[in-house]
Ligand binder design. Structure first.
Ligand SMILES: Nc1nc2c(ncn2[C@@H]2O[C@H](COP(=O)(O)OP(=O)(O)O)[C@@H](O)[C@H]2O)c(=O)[nH]1
Ligand SMILES: [Mg+2]
Length: 304
């Protein structure tokens, strides 16, 4: 399956949620108060978020007025343009080409899809011919280390691990050093995502960053936050917390295939002003796609 069909497939639920209603809305073609009211409802219902939605609809109103727009197609194009103002139009790849090895820290609460994303990412990079080392930094659960081992086998990436209960920072330190001595291109670091205590988590993340920096000046090159799209506005709360503890460089939004509310991408992009770099659209190894804002917005509005 190609990129577009995968994204389309992954967004099927979102599209049937948003698009079924969008199509009806634009079919009416009268841009009156009912139109704006229903548009707000659709966007908020799709998890675009209240603030972002009100701002979008206000801007759309102004454009319809100043440009004297009457045709539904043109109005839809303007709405797409407004969404792209928030999302940006560029595909933003990983910053992994300046240093060898480059270090990618992967953060996020339990269950959002960190380990799975790391496995998929490793497979992508291996396909590009890169040598990849995985760091089993979620030492909290034995199952987490085993899960990463499975992904290391599937993707052909090496893995550096310690015992369960070990110091995550020590694992990452070893992994970066191993990557240097083996001339690997990229180190991808798994982390534990216990959010039971915000202060603890922040301290742990700060320590992890410090140690990685010590092992490799200039590292980490990427700090990716993984968010589960199906958790809706809760993802925004997580984004705020993690952004405080470490300066994020990108977001990976997983489980877009499992939600009718793909609008959370827009809310996250606006809230964090950090690019969404990848989206997860399934559980298998090739279900991670670089996020292409133009493709995404077109996908939202495309009829089946
Ligand atoms: N449908 C779907 N499931 C996903 C996706 N990404 C991860 N998962 C599933 O989410 C669950 C938790 O993933 P895991 O990587 O263990 O999360 P972690 O605790 O953050 O490391 C697993 O069952 C994954 O297969 C995705 O993009 N789509
Ligand atoms: Mg995990």
């Amino acid at each position: 399956m190609g990129f577009i069909s995968r994204i389309r497939d992954g967004l099927k639920k979102t599209r049937s949620g948003i698009m079924g209603r969008m199509e009806n809305l634009f079919a009416r073609s009268a841009f009156d108060e009912d139109f704006y009211g229903e548009l707000e409802e659709i966007l908020i219902g799709a998890d675009v978020g209240v603030e972002t939605t009100l701002e979008l609809v206000q801007k759309l109103r102004e454009r319809i007025k100043t440009d004297k727009l009457k045709e539904p197609d043109r109005v839809m194009e303007v709405l797409k343009g407004l969404l792209l103002e928030i999302l940006g139009t560029d595909k933003t790849g990983l910053n992994i080409d300046t240093d060898k090895p480059s270090v990618v820290l992967v953060l996020g609460v339990n269950g959002v899809g960190k380990t799975t994303t790391i496995g998929k990412l490793a497979a992508r990079l291996r396909n590009e011919g890169k040598k990849v080392v995985l760091a089993a930094g979620d030492t909290f659960r034995a199952a987490a280390i085993e899960q990463l081992e499975v992904w290391s086998e599937r993707s052909g990436a090496e893995i550096i691990k310690h015992q369960q209960g070990g110091d995550p920072a020590a694992v990452l330190f070893d992994a970066v050093n191993a990557a240097r001595s083996r001339a690997a291109d990229v180190v991808i670091c798994d982390t534990a995502g216990r959010l039971h205590n915000k202060a603890n988590l922040m301290e742990e993340l700060k320590k992890v960053r410090r140690v990685v920096e010590k092992a490799m000046p200039g590292a980490p090159h990427e700090i990716l936050l993984v968010l589960d799209a199906s958790t809706g506005q809760n993802a925004l709360v997580q984004a705020r917390v993690f952004n405080e503890s470490a300066p994020l460089t990108g977001v990976v939004l997983t489980k877009l295939d499992g939600t009718a509310k793909g609008g959370i991408v827009v809310a996250v992009a606006r809230e964090l002003s950090v690019p969404v770099k990848f989206v997860g659209v399934g559980e298998s190894i090739d279900d991670l796609q670089p996020f292409d804002p133009v493709e995404y917005v077109d996908g939202l509005f495309a009829a089946d």
